[in-house]
Write a new protein. Structure first.
Length: 285
């Protein structure tokens, strides 16, 4: 029996127990949803995010017909170890987690910083990754405005949560969607994940900024990715602008591109119904 066999199929992100597994000297925290058979979809989280920062409206629906695994990478949430300050090390830790679960093939959904990690894994571990979903992210050498956007978001002291200005636009429709997203992420009251503060955000910020500041003029990273890829972005992403998505789409050998209107960095949460529909169609194809 593997670790994938021990969670009820009707568990949700809000109800699934947090489990732990050892790999590469790290005790990884994770939650597993959905059926016990099928290619697992592993979620790679954004800068500063943990398991409970995922949107149940996305995760639970994706888990209706496939195994979905949300986890904390090294040093994040309740996982042990130290958060690396570079994407390559984050990718090694994520692969160690997947290997510890005994999984030989996965689909990856990488959001923001997690999308950078997903690219690294897909480029280096072609047999491990079947399909790739890159959301609100950047290619190596891409454009980022992390610190400026963070400073602007935290200056808005009237916002109930910094994710509202970080992930959503200023339109009433987007803001309303943002408030609904925040409410969904707070449904779980017991056994919630932990926020480890600057011990996570400082190295993660360095990793993301360095990734984008490192030129890749020949697009070697993207051209090493042979897996079918779905690239997704919000039309008004201020942190990792949508031109990054188009740049990845052009250089990847087998990619589809989706842009959502009137949406920022959190386009997958604002447009969660159509996003899940696009992902399920892509993964089933």
């Amino acid at each position: 029996m593997t670790a994938l066999d021990i969670t009820s199929e009707d568990a949700t992100l809000e109800t699934a127990p947090t489990r732990y597994i050892e790999g590469r000297g790290i005790r990884f925290a994770y939650r597993r949803l959905g059926p016990s058979t099928g290619t697992p979809l592993v979620l790679l989280q954004h800068f500063s995010g943990n398991i409970d920062a995922w949107d149940p409206a996305v995760v639970n629906v994706l888990a209706a017909d496939r195994p979905v695994i949300a986890f904390d990478n090294a040093g994040v949430g309740r996982s042990t170890g130290q958060t690396p300050d570079n994407v390559a090390a984050m990718a090694r830790d994520a692969v160690a987690f997947i290997n510890a679960l005994g999984i030989s093939e996965v689909d990856l959904l990488g959001f923001s910083l997690g999308g950078c990690v997903a690219q690294q894994i897909a480029a280096e571990h072609g047999r491990l990754v079947r399909k790739l979903i890159l959301v609100g992210t950047s290619p190596k050498g891409g454009e980022e405005h992390l610190l400026a956007v963070l400073q602007e978001a935290f200056s808005q002291t009237d916002a109930p949560d910094p994710r509202l200005p970080l992930f959503f636009t200023t339109s009433s429709a987007s803001r309303s969607s943002g408030l609904a997203f925040l409410k969904r992420t707070q449904v779980r009251k017991d056994d919630r994940d932990t926020d480890n503060g600057s011990a996570v955000t400082d190295p993660q910020a360095k990793a993301l900024i360095t990734w984008c500041a490192t030129p890749d003029p020949e697009h070697a990273m993207l051209r090493a990715i042979r897996q079918p890829t779905l690239v997704v972005s919000g039309s008004h992403d201020t942190m990792l602008p949508a031109n990054n998505a188009y740049a990845m789409f052009k250089e990847l050998s087998n990619a589809q591109l989706v842009l959502y209107p009137d949406s920022g960095h959190g386009a997958l949460f604002q447009h969660h119904e159509i996003f899940v529909s696009h992902v399920r169609t892509f993964l089933h194809a």
